[in-house]
Write a protein of this length. Structure first.
Length: 603
């Protein structure tokens, strides 16, 4: 089990090699770690693999384990988890092995980077490349630790515990039977890694002229061409100081949340300041609210003309993959458009969208239950495909009613009509999809998709949540220069025409509890289908067992009017202790010092 003999032939290895190869690499792939000293490509392979396994999914995955969505695929593991089959062995959100593998790569890299010769032609360029990759390694170690902690922290005998902290690479002589560190120790270490990374990375990557070369590199004789090679436009997409500021905001709001407050790792005041620090870097509230940010995935002009070296739009903090495909459409278009209809939004989520006036539908004078999808917040039809709307090449409206004529070509889109393909809730997902993809088998077309690992809207909502909890709706917290109320006002106004009033927001602007409810609802809407809801419900200690509901639409034979009946679709069967995930059962069996989280007593 000699981990220092791992070979990494570029970034493809982790994708093509079983996880066991990290511990027992195939004999033909053995290569001493010392070979990285004169082979920077090999050295980069270590850190590239830590990038490769980041747990970002550009498609909606975990939402179907919440009250926001249901999967029509009976084999979906998140569906199984949500309906009572979540165990320490059947755990779709398990991060244990992959995160520790990535941390091992980072540790190996950091222990050997000083001996790597990055460039033989220039001492300045050699130093800049060393700094570039050292900064990436520290930031990645902290980021992988965050996702590990989020998935596996939990209560042990009344104390909130984290996971074992690994700051050195492991080999056959290492002690693997380690106890868990406390939650606070883990948060402190994550932030320490981020702070260490800041010593090496620039605020942003981008080309400069000679006057823009930082003094510490100019003193080594670095030219602008050399600086641009190390830190210029071609490095965009790597982690920079601005992205690290966003990481800190994410960690802070997580650690300050009700489920983790007992550890004393973070206060809401501190969380507000971390989010404010990021937003101030970007120029304050108005500079961070992109008018089209709520439909970033459908900004076709930008996406179609995007080049890798372009700066990111305001809405994107850290971009993910950008490529041409039709995979998400194939999974989620309705069957009449040759899709599988996998993600079915719930009536619960539909009801969370306010009316056009901004009021919740339960108290809105402008809500019509007989015409429930009209006169609503514009985000409803942008994110959810409702009965009567169109998507895809044909331009034909879908019909999700349960009493559709079987001879009608739209019949297969109806409630539970097409086994395993049609909607189970009366809705299809629209968000993240391109509506100009054609899935017709004889003429299938791809379109470019823009991935977002972190959105500016998320950090704005982090600030609003933390500021409201710390000092109330209208307080300027952490030196931000604006309040939770200001953030929510700006985010809600941008989806409407200029001059739109928000009487509901004005009516609750001094009520902390109602503002909390509104902030959480805005987060639910803005970030739906982006794999946030599962984690948000848990950190808030919110209700995990709200039954996923749908709508049964039928036609009144006498009047032709549509009837809308809310139906139960799928239970959500979580126990109270499941606000925290389990340690893998196999790990607890192997190591006597590794304690399981309370409640997870069996497989």
């Amino acid at each position: 089990m000699k981990l220092k003999n791992i070979i990494l032939f570029g970034t493809a290895v982790m994708a093509l090699t079983a996880c066991d190869d990290l511990i027992n690499p195939a004999l033909e792939n053995n290569q001493e770690i010392t070979e990285m000293y004169n082979d920077p490509q090999f050295a980069r392979g270590l850190i590239d693999n830590a990038f490769l396994v980041l747990p970002y999914d550009g498609s909606s995955v975990s939402d179907v384990a919440t009250d926001d969505a249901v999967s029509n695929n009976t084999d979906n593991n998140y569906k199984k988890m949500a309906t009572g089959n979540w165990t320490s062995e059947m755990n779709p959100v398990n991060q244990w092995e992959t995160r520790y593998h990535a941390i091992q790569y980072c540790n190996l890299f950091l222990e050997n980077i000083e001996q790597v010769r990055w460039d033989y032609t220039s001492e300045a360029l050699n130093q800049m490349h060393m700094d570039l990759y050292k900064g990436q390694a520290y930031a990645l170690r902290g980021l992988h630790m965050f996702y590990l902690l989020r998935a596996h922290c939990g209560m042990v005998d009344g104390q909130l515990m984290g996971v074992p902290i690994h700051l050195q690479s492991e080999d056959q002589y290492s002690d693997f039977n380690l106890p868990r560190n406390t939650f606070k120790e883990c948060v402190d270490q994550i932030l320490a890694d981020f702070d260490e990374a800041l010593k090496y990375v620039p605020a942003q990557y981008g080309d400069v002229d000679a006057s823009g070369v930082p003094a510490k590199y100019a003193s080594l004789g670095a030219t602008d061409a050399e600086y641009n090679r190390a830190f210029g436009n071609m490095q965009r997409g790597k982690i920079d100081a601005n992205i690290i500021a966003a990481f800190k905001a994410q960690v802070a709001i997580f650690a300050a949340s009700p489920a983790y407050q007992s550890a004393g790792a973070m206060t809401y005041e501190q969380a507000a300041k971390y989010a404010a620090d990021y937003l101030k870097i970007r120029g304050g509230l108005s500079a961070n609210v992109d008018p089209t940010g709520w439909k970033w995935f459908a900004n076709k002009s930008y996406i179609n003309n995007y080049k890798f070296t372009d700066p990111d739009p305001v809405e994107i903090v850290w971009r993910g993959t950008v490529g041409d495909s039709h995979d998400m459409e194939s999974d989620n278009y309705p069957p009449s458009q040759d899709g599988k209809g996998r993600i079915n939004p719930t009536q619960n989520l539909v009801d969370a969208f306010p009316t056009a006036s901004g009021y919740p539908i339960a108290s809105a004078a402008d809500y019509d239950p007989a015409n429930p999808y009209e006169n609503r917040d514009p985000r409803l039809k942008m994110y959810i495909l409702v009965n009567g709307e169109t998507i895809g090449a044909s331009g034909k409206a879908i019909n999700t009613a349960s009493d559709t004529d079987p001879q009608d070509p739209a019949y297969i889109d109806g409630l539970n009509h097409e086994n395993g393909l049609s909607t189970t809730t009366g809705f299809y997902m629209r968000k993240l999809l391109r509506d100009d993809v054609n899935l017709t088998p004889s003429s299938t077309t791809d379109q470019r998709h823009f991935g977002a690992r972190i959105r500016t809207t998320e950090i704005l909502l982090d600030y609003a949540e933390a500021a409201n909890e710390a000092q109330g709706p209208t307080a300027n917290v952490g030196g931000a220069g604006f309040s939770a109320y200001d953030v929510i006002k700006a985010l809600r106004a941008r989806v409407h025409e200029d001059g739109w009033a928000d009487p509901y927001l004005e009516s609750i602007k001094n009520d902390q509890a109602k503002m909390r409810e509104l902030i959480r609802n805005e987060r639910r809407l803005e970030l739906c289908f982006e794999n946030h809801r599962f984690w948000d419900l848990r950190r808030w200690q919110a209700n995990l067992t709200e039954t996923a509901k749908g709508v049964n639409i039928t036609t009144n034979s006498a009047t032709g009017a549509l009837n809308f009946k809310v139906i139960d679709v799928e239970p959500r069967q979580y126990q109270d202790y499941m606000i925290y995930g389990p340690i893998p059962y196999s790990e607890v069996l192997k190591w006597s010092n590794l304690q399981q989280n309370d409640g997870w007593t069996t497989k």
